[in-house]
Design a protein around this ligand. Structure first.
Ligand code: SF4
Ligand code: SF4
Length: 212
């Protein structure tokens, strides 16, 4: 048995599937998108740069083409390339208009809507699997790197659809839905197990003399 100075482990961070997950952050947020909430302020489609992978790019091109018959507003974009901007190192991101709004957002009487989301619903596809992952998981976020971290987007609480909640009990329903639809039921089950483990750690820390 070795004794000595080791790396301090961050007990909040758990390995779940391919991710390092900040359990307290995920359990500490409630989310419910209702576009009318952000009608009078900038919404999530007007604030972020959304990077897209090659695979996502192909999917978006397909969805834009498939939806042209439904949404006349987008027909003015005659070439799919106009939906993307190429950055350094061949990385693509979604193009924005002069108001910094994603060009795939459109205004409805309920507020801004995502064109990809609407087309997916019309085609009976899962919108979480047809939008770029960064959009599908918001207000969550995944970091780059070999062992990506899954957590909460830093600025999430400045939007009216997100609120803080005590990081205990069950995962918020809105967050649970995002995780299920994007990463699947198995990952969600693993995450919930990690949540139970985290609560046990918290209980043990509060009550160090408890148990045998
Ligand atoms: S997720 Fe939030 S900020 Fe984005 S459209 Fe919905 S209510 Fe608005
Ligand atoms: S792709 Fe859709 S969800 Fe993502 S920023 Fe654009 S409009 Fe918003």
């Amino acid at each position: 048995m070795s004794v000595g100075k080791g790396e301090r482990s961050d007990r909040r961070i758990h390995s779940v599937g391919a991710f390092r997950v900040d359990i307290d952050a995920l359990w500490g947020i409630a989310h419910c998108c209702r576009a009318e909430l952000c009608k009078k302020m900038k919404c999530c489609c007007e604030v972020y740069d959304v990077s897209v992978t090659q695979k996502e790019l192909s999917c978006i091109i397909g969805m834009v083409e498939a939806g042209k018959g439904f949404y006349a507003g987008l027909n003015s974009h005659s070439r799919c390339q106009e939906f993307f901007e190429e950055g350094e190192g061949g990385v693509f991101s979604l193009a924005v208009d002069e108001d910094m709004r994603c060009v795939l957002a459109y205004r409805s009487r309920h507020g801004l809507r995502c064109y990809l989301h609407s087309v997916a619903l019309r085609l009976k596809l899962n919108p979480y699997r047809t939008k770029p992952q960064a959009c599908a998981i918001w207000p969550l976020a995944v970091s780059d790197g070999r062992r990506p971290a899954l957590g909460v987007q830093e600025s999430a609480f400045s939007f009216p659809c997100n609120r803080r909640r005590p990081a205990r009990g069950a995962l918020d329903e809105g967050i649970e839905q995002i995780i299920r639809e994007t990463f699947g039921e198995t990952f969600l089950d693993q995450l919930k197990e990690a949540g139970v483990e985290r609560r046990c750690q918290g209980e043990a820390a509060r009550n160090p003399d408890g148990g045998v």
